[in-house]
Design a protein. Structure first.
Length: 91
């Protein structure tokens, strides 16, 4: 089942506007850090980026700052994800 930002989650109600704003702020911060970097480094984004448009924004950012870009796709069964999530400690 895909997560819809306007639905209830295990962490409570997730407001769609808050979700969009936080993703935007995250992208702005990543862009600022990348543009101001004084040395080489790797930026690792851990996100499911469910929609192609989400991944495309990262590709655009890499092109804008003339950086390399690698995308890893990992597949997992829903049952395995549920089992592993149940073993996680509370944050």
């Amino acid at each position: 089942k895909a997560c819809n930002p306007s639905t209830s989650t295990p962490w409570g109600d997730l407001d769609a506007q808050y979700w969009k704003k936080s993703r935007k702020l995250c992208m702005e911060e990543a862009k600022r850090k990348l543009k101001n970097a004084k040395t080489d480094f790797v930026l690792l984004l851990d996100d499911n980026m469910y929609y192609k448009s989400m991944r495309y924004k990262i590709v655009q950012l890499a092109r804008e700052i003339n950086a390399g870009f690698v995308q890893l796709y990992m597949s997992a069964d829903v049952e395995d994800c549920i089992r592993l999530n149940s073993k996680r400690s509370e944050r």
